[in-house]
Design a protein around this ligand. Structure first.
Ligand SMILES: [Zn+2]
Length: 265
């Protein structure tokens, strides 16, 4: 795990390197599988490499990755140059990401690049594709580093849904149904809530709970403050980062619950 994270950090730094105008990255900068068999499409700021993937899909992904890159850069305040890999199958995607299975995932973030899972990505709406790409690209660009999972996943969904144009009750439909039924979450979602296999609705609610915690912070304290909290929590832990805002986890939890009631009931 630590090896993977540190490799990711190095590559993310490369992807974000310097230039004020983000041109398409040289794929030599990232681990490039497939050699001569790769088909590469470059967008304005993105590079998309496919393996046995339709050319039209690669061109569509380059356009979407450019847009996702602009969204992430707009929140983080620096250029982002997306690298997207499009393998031929979910099995190949799992092999690239170094995991046993990517079943049910439309894309994953790994080693400074977003890996699309073609079978599941194809089932998404146009808005869903943009949301997934932006979510995973946020992970790549913002990094991990000791964050609580509600902040790691919630921040990615905050960026992903920020300009998606979906009403909050639509984007958080599963959670809204629980809140309207009087079942209000008591705690910010933790690893166990995100690890649940086979309960898709609970897993969806965990993401929605995390998203609304970050959406609350951005709305209440400002987006720059949310980004600073993320950075400070990476550097020194979430408790100290919250304390710098005059908050404890308990206080945030109470305000988050009131916000969910207000937004979803
Ligand atoms: Zn995620």
């Amino acid at each position: 795990m630590s090896v993977r994270v540190s490799r990711r950090a190095v590559l993310a730094a490369l992807l974000l390197a310097g230039a004020a105008t983000a041109s398409a990255p040289d794929l030599a900068e990232v681990p490039a599988p497939w050699g001569d068999e790769a088909v590469v499409v470059r967008g304005r700021s993105s590079s998309v490499a496919g393996h046995h993937a339709p050319a039209e899909l690669l061109r569509d992904l380059a356009r979407r990755a450019d847009a996702a890159g602009r969204r992430v850069a707009g929140v983080l305040g620096r250029p982002v140059r997306p690298v997207v890999l499009v393998p031929g199958s979910a099995a190949e995607a799992a092999g690239l990401a170094g995991v046993a299975s990517v079943d049910g995932l439309a894309a994953v973030a790994d080693d400074g690049r977003v890996i699309v899972v073609p079978e599941f990505f194809a089932r998404l709406t146009a808005t869903g594709r943009d949301v997934v790409l932006t979510h995973e690209l946020t992970h790549v660009a913002a990094g991990t580093g000791g964050l609580p999972i509600w902040l790691y996943e919630g921040f990615a969904d905050y960026v992903a849904y920020r300009d998606a144009g979906l009403p909050v009750r639509v984007a958080a439909a599963e959670l809204a149904a629980e809140v309207r039924a009087g079942r209000m979450p008591r705690h910010l979602p933790g690893p166990a809530d995100f690890a649940l296999q086979g309960d898709g609705a609970r897993l969806a609610r965990a993401y929605q709970e995390a998203w609304l915690a970050c959406r609350f912070l951005a709305g209440n304290r400002g987006e720059r403050t949310l980004v600073r909290l993320y950075r400070e929590a990476q550097a020194g832990g979430v408790d100290g980062a919250l304390a710098s805002l005059g908050l404890s986890t308990g206080m945030l939890t109470e305000r988050w619950r009131a916000y969910m009631r207000d937004q979803l009931a």
